[in-house]
Design a protein around this ligand. Structure first.
Ligand SMILES: [Fe+2]
Length: 301
C-alpha cells in the first residue's frame, strides 16, 4: 500500500517537473534566471524516470525527494523578479521561506542543572522547539504556495499555524539565550535604572514578574517588554503564545511556563520552577536586547 503511495508521488513529481520544464522552455530567450533550475529539474527527472513499480521505494528516498522538490519549488517561486539572483538572496542573510533552523543551545544540555534538568532541556530544545521550526517552515511554504496558485481558501489555517509556530520558534530562541549557567543576580546599568524607574525597585519588578508567571492561565509565557510608545518597561502575560496579548512590543525577558518546560522535574510545582529559574537568567543578553530595542521610541500618545 505504502509502496503504491510512494510510486504515485514519484509520478506526480514527474508530471509536475515536466510541466515546469515546458513552461521554462517557453520562456527561453527572455532574460531570466531559470537556466540553473532547468538543469536541476532535468537531472531530477532523468533520475526519476528509471524508477518503475518493481523498485523498492524507501521512506528516506521519498523524504529526500520531497526536500529536493520543495527546494526547487522555492527557487522557482522566488524567480519572478529576474533582477534578484540566488546569490543575492543567499548572501543577504535573510531566512529563506520555509528555511528556519533550530538554533543551537548556547551551552550544554546539563548546564542549567540543578535548576533545569538535562532531560527537560533536551526534550524542550530537540523535540518541542524543533516541532515549532518544522511547523513554521511548513506554514510558510503553504502560504507561499497559496500566493503562487492564488488559492487562499486555507489561508486562515496557515496564518494561525504561522503565528503559533512562529511565536514558538522566536520566543524559544530568546528563551535559550536569556538563560545561562551561573546566571541570576540582577541586571545593571541602564536596564536596572529603567526597572527602578518603572517598577520602583528590582525586588518589586521580580515579585510582579514571578506572580505574572505563576498566574498565567493554562499555558503561555511571562514577558518583560519595552513599550516603544509609552517609553516604559511592562510585564505581560501571554496566554497561548499565538495570541499576542499586546502588539507593537519587543520581548526582552521571557519565561516559558508551558508544562513541558518543567513538568518532568517539578511536576505541577510551577512556583518552585519559576523561583529557581531566576538563577539561570542571562542578564547580559537581556541588557543587550534592551539596549538595542529601547532605541525604538515613537511619538508618545
Ligand atoms: Fe517551551
Amino acid at each position: 500500500m505504502t509502496e503504491t503511495i510512494y510510486f504515485n508521488y514519484v509520478q506526480e513529481v514527474i508530471h509536475w517537473g515536466k510541466g515546469i520544464l515546458e513552461f521554462i522552455e517557453d520562456q527561453r530567450g527572455e532574460e531570466n534566471n531559470y537556466e540553473e533550475i532547468r538543469e536541476k529539474l532535468k537531472g531530477l527527472l532523468s533520475e526519476l524516470e528509471i524508477i518503475d513499480v518493481s523498485n523498492h521505494l524507501s521512506k528516506e528516498f521519498i523524504e529526500s525527494l520531497q526536500t529536493e522538490v520543495d527546494k526547487l519549488f522555492l527557487e522557482l517561486n522566488g524567480s519572478t523578479d529576474p533582477s534578484i539572483t540566488n546569490e543575492e538572496r543567499q548572501s543577504s542573510g535573510r531566512v529563506e521561506i520555509g528555511g528556519h533552523r533550530l538554533p543551537p543551545l548556547p551551552y550544554e544540555y546539563n548546564a542549567l542543572e540543578p535548576y533545569i534538568a538535562e532531560e527537560i532541556m533536551k526534550l524542550h530544545h530537540q523535540k518541542h522547539h524543533q516541532s515549532y521550526v518544522d511547523g513554521l517552515n511548513k506554514a510558510e511554504k503553504m502560504m507561499a504556495n497559496a500566493r503562487k496558485t492564488g488559492d487562499f481558501d486555507l489561508i486562515k489555517h496557515w496564518e494561525r499555524e504561522a503565528a503559533f509556530h512562529g511565536s514558538g520558534h522566536y520566543l524559544h530562541t530568546i528563551f535559550w539565550n536569556i538563560m545561562k549557567p551561573d546566571g541570576g543576580g540582577q541586571p545593571s546599568g541602564s536596564l536596572l535604572r529603567q526597572i527602578n524607574m518603572d517598577f520602583g525597585s528590582f525586588a518589586n519588578f521580580k515579585k510582579h514578574f514571578t506572580e505574572a508567571a505563576n498566574k498565567v492561565e493554562g499555558v503561555g509565557w511571562a514577558i518583560l517588554v519595552w513599550a516603544p510608545r509609552a517609553h516604559r518597561l511592562e510585564i505581560l502575560q501571554s496566554e497561548r503564545h499565538q495570541l499576542m496579548t499586546q502588539w507593537d512590543t519587543i520581548p526582552l525577558l521571557v519565561l516559558d511556563v508551558w508544562e513541558h518546560a518543567y513538568y518532568l522535574q517539578y511536576k505541577n510545582n510551577r512556583k518552585e520552577y519559576v523561583d529557581n529559574w531566576w538563577n539561570v537568567v542571562n542578564w547580559n543578553e537581556v541588557e543587550k536586547r534592551f539596549n538595542a530595542a529601547s532605541n525604538l521610541r515613537w511619538q508618545p500618545y
